[in-house]
Structures are given as structure tokens and as C-alpha cells.
Design a binder for this molecule. Structure first.
Ligand code: 3H9
Length: 707
């Protein structure tokens, strides 16, 4: 079956791309060949006055080049060829002797947008599904089909770098404002408007585009000196953002600047060369694996033969503190459900509703929703000091104080006011779900949904079935988590679940290293260089030292000495040093802003920041202690697959994506090497480093997590 079909409508060739049996259009080799052949045959067709290019998919224009093809590329020369062929195809579009107009509805990304850029006029729908951009650097590559050349020429250097270097995708309204598309229309008239534009262009009309970047753009970008300044600034910002761990944005910057200096032809060649080098890097391979793992997780319910989830239309949230209101606000914003909050007194409920509303205000501010949508969503939020409004809820999430008795009592109250099929989810981070469920009449309807703070921003959700949980309850929790925009992993009901279990030893080790005389910010900055978004001590300040202490107590009780909390943390707690929320932790915070290390903490801990172990040793201790625990927990079945474990760490606390996750990183280091190094660390620093049995066994069998 052909992917491309076309028909002639009154002198306008209307070409439609619809890759058979594929959920989205991609530009794989076969499609490219068809496209080249179609353009070649129309070039010489005298009846064709102009061409309109559309997608036949319902909500997708083109998702880009076929990423599956990259995985099969084995060397830089082959990858360079792929890029050069993509460029040739789009040159054909650009050089088509009659006007080419694209009508864009749905995702128009990567190679898809590069095709649109090669066309002569772009009409896009104003629908939220229409997302336009060049996300390539997020896959560790660069726009390799002319995107690094054509976008800066269309929208100006600064706007193009802003898109390309961050791998940004914009909604069509913003894309229109930036000049990435020429016209914005409702979906129902896209085809007609595109054909009209093609007809007008065939009659000689040409769009008049404003100078990209305006007057300042002209001053800054219209001469080599100005451009060099823009490039230097971009380079500096990239170095700050990536710490040199991600080569793709630097290469993309190089491709853009080279093209502006040496012209389009040479620019394209350089772009293809750099694409070739990037596509076979380990970083790109890891990022592509994450892309596919994310897609697999979207369909995986964590159980065999998953039953249909219950469709949640009404959500009850018990507890209107920071977590409860974050859950409520995010549920309204993302899943667009009716949310009823409940807390013990009305003042708390009012505060919770205000915080929940902030999630919506933020979306309005960032123009993610319109004023009208904002008002409509706010109307979905309500609350009270009783359980009124809970009767018809399909799902109730509790986010009350982290205490078994309190949670059990809430479960009993909720059971009294809801129907038999209502799912009760606990947002506990430490308490076993089966213990909470014991107190209820319907333990099979109880499950854990462990969100991370702040809920609106943190992308992971751990779903934890208890011993008696019904499969339908699992699928309902997973499906609702996805509707809330989360990446969901289903994990075992075991202390700390997955994320806190592997995070615990890492944070604890960081605190021990402070006691050995290393400066707090030195430890954090080392781990940021290694690829984490924030260091361990900043992270614990964010989470709350009281919260971390509670989790650490649970892990210590469950797993013994290797989780023994670092001495000194209890002292910090006693003096009210709870982290960011208290204005002081390892760092000081003034009006919510981090203001450097709170040096008085050293005194409180009895530490002297005057040396301590070397950087390489610190790094090894922090990373290896986490990997050891991750391997142990994975072997216990805390996660179903290594993929879940790695995605949990990447999305849960920002394990460096370019390292692929802790289990993939353990594979890269090799179990034998890990065992050897951990034994050495155990000799010097204590038994907490002793390699787990699981790791020893892997080493003996030369086994890996991934094939
Ligand atoms: C590029 O273009 C390079 C060029 O510059 C130069 C080349 C020379 N390839 O996410 P979904 C699959 S790089 C292969 O669930 P949604 C996806 O795996 C590319 N497969 O749908 C899934 O498969 P399955 C730059 C792809 O509606 C299915 O389609 N482009 C591709 O939630 C459905 O996907 C990107 O990085 C692809 N390009 O979201 C965009 N895209 O059903 C990547 C999708 O077997 N894609 N699939 O699991 C996306 O961001 C989202 O898929 C999209 C749709 C927003 C398009």
C-alpha cells in the first residue's frame, strides 16, 4: 500500500501522506523514496499549478524521521548518508518549480517540520494537538534534514537557537507568533485554506514576511559580529546547562553558525556530517532507548491481561496539604475531572484550594490554557470539611499525615461514604499498602499512588498494589496517573518502594561525606557535573529533612544497618532545620530563593569543611552505593523490569538520562568491576558497601540487565 496519494483539484495537486498501519506518519526510507518519486513526477506535469501537502492521519502531521532507523545505524558514515538523503529529498520540495503549501494539523516534529520549512507556505490549525518543533537534541542528534539551516533563515537566529538547542516543541499559536507558520486556522477549514493559498500563489501572490527578530534582531543578527555575540552567549548557556554531558546542542549550534557563515550548501554538508557523528554516540543511543521505553510504558499496566480501567470522572482528595492540593490541581488541569477536596477544617480546605488553583494559574500564565479554560477548570475544584461530594467518586486519593492509624481511619471513613467499586489510593511514601488495607472492609479496592513533590512538576508516579488489590484497581490507578500526565511504574509493596529505596543510601552517604569534612556545595556540584539536575543535599532540602528522616527510619527498620541514618540529621531536625520549607536546611532560603550553604550547619553537625575525600572517591561512593541497592531491589522484584527501574530513577529524581538509568549504568560498568570496587569501598568505609548477593551472582554469570 502506498503512503502517498495525490489528486488534482482544479490545477492544484493535493498530496496526502498516510503511512499504512502506523499510528503516526514518519519519514522512513520507503516513504522518502515515494515522496521523491511523487515530487519528480509532478515536476513535469503541466497541469499542476501548485501543490498542497497534507497528512491523512487524524491528529498527526509527521512525527519526524523514523527513529527505529537510527537504532540500526552502525557507523557515522552511514548516518551522515541518511541525513544527506533527507536533505536531498527536502531540497526537491524547496526547489519544486511551482508553489508548495503545507497544511499542518497534529504533531509536526523533527523531519516533519523540516519538510514544512522546505515548503513555500505553511498553514497550521489552532488545535492543541498541533505541536510544532525540532526535538532532535532530546534524542542526542540534531535537525539533520536542513532544519539547522532553514529555521534561522525563517525566524531569525535567536528564535531558531532557542528552539533547536533546547529541542523545544511549541503549540501552533506560539509557532505563528514566532513566524514558524504563516497562517492559523480551525481544523475544519485547513484543507480549503491551504488550497486557496496554493491557488493564490499560483496566480503570482507571495507572502510578505516581517524581518525575523525585528529591529533588535537586525542589529544583532544582520552582521557577523552580532551573530558571533549571539553564538558566544548560546555556547556559554549551553555549557552551564549541560555540563558538557550532552554533545548534540553544541553540534547543532555549530551547524547553524557554519551555515550562516558559509551559506546554505556548505551548511547542509556540515549539518549532515555532524548528524552522522551524533547518531552513533552512546548518549544518543541512551536517549533513544528512553524514548522507546517511555512509549512502552504508556501501554504497560504492569500486570498480564490487564482488565479495562474504570473511567474516573470524579476524584475525591482527602488532605489538603501541599501534596493533596498538588494532586487536586494537577488532576483538574491534566485529567479535567471534578475534584472534591476534604480536610478537617474549612480554613485548611480553603488554603488547599488556593494552592490547587495555583497549578491552573501557572498554566494560564504560560499560555497553556485560555482564560475561558482557566475559569472552566477552576469551577471543577471544590472542597469541604465533610465527605459531601464523595459518594459518586470513582477514585479517592488520600494525602493525609504519614501515619498508619490516621490513614487507616481515613480509609474507614471513605468506605462509609463511597460505593463498593470506588478505588481508594494512598499517597504514602513509606507505609506498606497491605497494612493500610487491613483496616478496611474492601482491601481489594486499596492501592498506593506515590506522587512526588511538587506534584505538578514531577513526572513520575509509583503505583503500588497491596497483597489483595484487584487487577481492575491497578489498571484504574495506572490509567488515571497517565491522564494526570505522569510516567507510571507499578512497583512492589516493599519498604521505600523503588525510588526512596535507592535514593536513601545515596542521600545518607552524602550526609556522611559532609561529616568527613567535604563542603556541602562541593558535593552537590560534583553530582550536578555528573548529570543530576540537583545534588543530593539540595534534593533532601527540597524533599524536607523531616520527610527524608521518616523514610530513612522505615528503611533502617526494614533492612538494617546499611540504612543506618548519618549521625547529625536528628540534631538538624531538632533545631527546626527542615529544608526549603523552613527557610533553612543544608542551605539558606530567603523568600523561597536558595541563598547558598548555611554555614552554621557545619557547627551543628560537628563537621569541618576543610578537605575530606577526593572528588573521584566521593563520586564513586555516591554512585556505587545507589547502584548496589538498585541491583539488590531489582533482584527482589521491587520493579518488574530493568526498564521500569531505570525510568523510575530518571523520572523520579533525575538520574542522568544520558547514562540510561542506574541498572543500565550498572551494565555499562559491568557487575565484576562493581563487585571489586564495592569490596574495596566496604573495606575502607564499612559494610554498607558490601556487594549484594544479586550483584555477586551477576558477576559470576557475567550477566547483564539488558541484552
Ligand atoms: C528526526 O526527525 C531527525 C531529522 O531531523 C533528520 C533525519 C535525517 N519514529 O508517542 P505515541 C511511534 S528525529 C518512530 O504513543 P502520541 C511511537 O514509538 C525525530 N516511531 O503517540 C509509538 O509506537 P508504538 C524527531 C515513532 O500521540 C507510536 O508512534 N521526532 C516516532 O502520544 C505512537 O506514539 C520526535 O522526536 C518516530 N519519529 O504522541 C518525535 N514518533 O505504538 C517523537 C512516534 O509502537 N514522537 N513513533 O509504541 C513524539 O513525540 C510522539 O510520538 C508524538 C505522538 C507527539 C508524535
Amino acid at each position: 500500500m502506498a503512503a502517498i496519494t495525490w489528486g488534482l483539484e482544479d490545477g492544484i495537486a493535493v498530496m496526502v501522506l498516510d503511512v499504512p498501519k502506523a499510528p503516526v506518519n514518519t519519514l522512513g526510507r520507503a516513504v522518502k523514496d515515494e515522496l521523491i518519486a511523487a515530487f519528480a513526477s509532478l515536476e513535469h506535469n503541466p497541469s499542476v499549478r501548485a501543490l498542497v501537502f497534507l497528512s491523512g492521519k487524524q491528529d498527526n502531521f509527521i512525527a519526524g524521521a523514523d527513529i527505529e532507523e537510527f537504532v540500526r545505524l552502525s557507523n557515522a558514515a552511514e548516518s551522515e548518508r541518511l541525513s544527506a538523503e533527507g536533505q536531498e529529498m527536502l531540497d526537491r520540495v524547496a526547489a519544486f518549480p511551482r508553489p508548495v503549501v503545507v497544511g499542518i494539523h497534529g504533531a509536526c516534529l523533527g523531519g516533519g517540520f523540516e519538510l514544512a520549512l522546505a515548503a513555500h507556505y505553511r498553514v497550521a490549525t489552532d488545535h492543541p494537538k498541533t505541536q510544532i518543533g525540532l526535538p532532535e537534541v532530546q534524542l542526542g542528534i540534531l535537525p539533520g534534514a536542513g532544519g539547522c539551516q532553514r529555521l534561522p533563515r525563517l525566524v531569525g537566529l535567536r528564535a531558531a537557537l532557542d528552539m533547536i538547542l533546547a529541542g523545544k516543541t511549541e503549540r501552533s499559536q506560539k509557532a505563528f507568533r514566532l513566524g514558524m507558520v504563516d497562517e492559523l486556522v480551525p481544523p475544519s477549514i485547513l484543507r480549503r485554506v491551504a488550497i486557496d493559498a496554493a491557488r493564490r500563489m499560483a496566480d503570482g501572490w507571495r507572502p510578505r514576511r516581517k524581518r525575523p527578530g525585528g529591529f533588535v534582531g537586525f542589529l544583532l543578527e544582520g552582521n557577523p559580529l552580532g551573530r558571533a555575540l549571539v553564538a558566544r552567549t548560546a555556547q556559554r548557556q549551553l555549557a552551564e546547562r549541560t555540563h558538557g554531558n550532552y554533545p548534540a546542542p553544541f553540534a547543532a549550534l555549530d551547524a547553524v553558525m557554519y551555515g550562516l557563515r558559509h551559506g546554505m550548501r556548505e551548511g547542509l554538508k556540515h549539518e549532515a556530517r555532524l548528524f552522522g557523528q551524533l547518531a552513533v554516540t552512546d548518549v544518543s543511543r541512551k536517549l533513544v532507548q528512553i524514548f522507546f521505553a517511555t512509549n512502552q510504558l504508556k501501554k504497560d499496566y504492569g500486570i498480564p491481561d490487564p482488565p479495562r480501567p474504570i473511567e474516573v470522572k470524579r476524584l475525591g482528595v482527602v488532605g489538603s496539604g501541599f501534596m493533596g492540593s498538588g494532586i487536586a490541581g494537577t488532576a483538574v488541569a491534566q485529567a479535567i475531572v471534578d475534584v472534591r477536596m476534604r480536610d478537617t477544617d474549612l480554613a485548611r480546605v480553603a488554603a488547599g484550594l488556593r494552592t490547587a488553583r495555583e497549578v491552573l494559574d501557572d498554566r494560564l500564565k504560560r499560555r497553556r490554557i485560555s482564560r475561558y479554560e482557566h475559569a472552566r477548570l477552576i469551577a471543577l475544584l471544590s472542597g469541604g470539611s465533610g465527605y459531601a461530594g464523595f459518594r459518586r467518586a470513582e477514585l479517592v486519593i488520600e494525602a493525609v499525615f504519614e501515619d498508619l492509624k490516621t490513614k487507616q481511619q481515613v480509609l474507614q471513613e471513605v468506605e462509609q461514604v463511597t460505593h463498593d467499586r470506588t478505588v481508594f489510593a494512598s499517597n504514602t511514601s513509606t507505609i506498606p499498602i497491605s497494612q493500610i488495607a487491613q483496616a478496611g472492609r474492601r482491601p481489594e479496592r486499596v492501592i498506593g499512588m506515590h506522587f512526588f513533590s511538587p506534584v505538578a512538576r514531577m513526572p513520575l508516579l509509583e503505583v503500588i498494589p497491596g497483597a489483595a488489590t484487584d487487577p481492575e484497581v491497578i489498571t484504574t490507578a495506572v490509567a488515571f496517573g497517565r491522564r494526570m500526565g505522569k510516567t507510571v511504574i507499578v512497583v512492589q509493596d516493599s519498604p521505600g518502594f523503588w525510588v526512596n529505596r535507592i535514593l536513601g543510601p545515596y542521600i545518607n552517604e552524602a550526609a556522611l561525606i559532609v561529616l568527613e569534612g567535604v563542603a556541602i556545595d562541593a558535593i552537590d556540584s560534583l553530582m550536578v557535573q555528573w548529570g543530576f539536575p540537583v545534588g543530593p543535599l539540595t534534593l533532601v532540602d527540597e524533599v524536607g529533612i523531616d520527610v527524608a528522616d521518616k523514610a530513612s527510619g522505615v528503611l533502617h527498620a526494614a533492612f538494617g544497618e546499611r540504612f543506618a541514618p548519618a549521625p547529625g540529621l536528628a540534631t538538624m531536625l531538632k533545631s527546626g532545620r527542615l529544608g526549603r520549607k523552613a527557610g533553612k536546611g543544608f542551605y539558606r532560603y530567603v523568600q523561597g530563593k536558595k541563598k547558598g550553604v548555611d554555614t552554621s550547619v557545619y557547627e551543628e553537625l560537628g563537621a569541618h569543611p576543610n578537605g575530606g575525600p577526593r572528588a573521584a572517591e566521593i563520586l564513586q561512593r555516591l554512585v556505587y552505593v545507589m547502584l548496589n541497592e538498585a541491583v539488590r531491589a531489582a533482584a527482589e522484584g521491587v520493579v518488574h523490569t530493568p526498564r521500569d527501574g531505570d525510568m523510575g530513577a530518571i523520572f523520579g529524581f533525575g538520574f542522568p538520562p544520558f547514562r540510561g538509568g542506574p541498572l543500565r549504568h550498572a551494565d555499562d560498568l559491568g557487575a565484576e568491576r562493581l563487585v571489586g570496587e564495592l569490596e574495596r569501598l566496604a573495606e575502607r568505609h564499612g559494610n554498607r558497601f558490601a556487594p549484594s548477593d544479586a550483584l555477586r551472582e551477576m558477576a559470576a554469570r557475567h550477566a547483564k540487565f539488558y541484552p
